[in-house]
Ligand binder design. Sequence first.
Ligand code: GTP
Ligand code: MG
Length: 171
Amino acid sequence: MRKDVRILLVGEPKVGKTSLIMTLVSEEFPAVVPYRAEEITIPADVTPERVPTHIVDYSEAEQTDEQLYQEISKANVICIVYSVNNKNYLCSPFTVCVCFRVPLILVGNKSDLVEHSSMETVLPIMNKYTEIETCVECSAKNLKNISELFYYAQKAVLHPTGPLYCPEKKE
Ligand code: GTP
Ligand code: MG
């Protein structure tokens, strides 16, 4: 059994990474958020898979590239957050994350702002990168799919399906 799971959120500025974390914790959408949330640890007994889970935020405004690489190398799973109303944001952090061969989750936040799903854009990307375990659309504002997203991330570590996942590489 794993002793814990470390989830890192990355993505372009303002896509809602910090809001997603704070919404998970407080079960309400925060009006104001700092650039970067403190690392939080969810105790084993309140996670679906009964494994302590650390959730780590990233902010370009407060962290260097070096710090980002360090966090990526420590992560067991990376959520690449984009906002569904600006799908251009989807591609930028990929190369880095794919190089580390960590399972990835694509997270389309701000689903409250659009009528249509971004799946058409996401599916070809998922087919191209086998590291991507799954994708989810959510809204921090409407509290939609928030606990699901963190559950999928946990599951990607505990029950990986991707052929490129190398368990021996990570503790
Ligand atoms: P950086 O820390 O600068 O990288 O940004 P971030 O990705 O952490 O985004 P942050 O959580 O600061 O949110 C950016 C803006 O988007 C804020 O004004 C939030 O209120 C807003 N926002 C976050 N999530 C949602 C959402 O689900 N729906 C809508 N409509 N707005 C959101
Ligand atoms: Mg932030």
